[in-house]
Ligand binder design. Sequence first.
Ligand SMILES: [Zn+2]
Length: 164
Amino acid sequence: MFDIVTFGHPSLKMKSKNVENFDDELKDLTDKMLEIMYEAPGVGLAAPQIGINKNIFVFDIGEGPNIAVNPISIKVSGKVNFLEGCLSLPGYYWDIERPEYAKLDCFDLKGNKIFYEGDDLLGRVLQHELDHLKGKVLLTCLDRKTKKQALKDISVNGFPGNDV
Ligand SMILES: [Zn+2]
């Protein structure tokens, strides 16, 4: 029913809205998001990536499924380069520098306050997915020259990841 939308889709550029009702509908949506993420496969998926501008993302870095509702960044620190890709830019990867550690506050499906924190892959996923909720895609993290080349590559080659 839902497909992952790719770069150029308006929902990827919009700021998402907070979830207000922690109900069955939210549970159904996050179930669906996890299903789509595992099918992709990917380590994280934000709601705007399936065309829904709500502050929700799901992730699994190999330790089981996690859900973040209405996340906000609490702390970042350090600095590290990481080869980063995005399900909405399938087939592209860039070496991107971000803080190494990230902590964010959010809610679980029942509306309880929880938090996620970590470095390495987890730190990266938390920051990447949070960006999606702010209407930012990976390209905004690139320097001007790299971004220009990326846009050119995309216009010429589309998303090679789609054909695999
Ligand atoms: Zn992404």
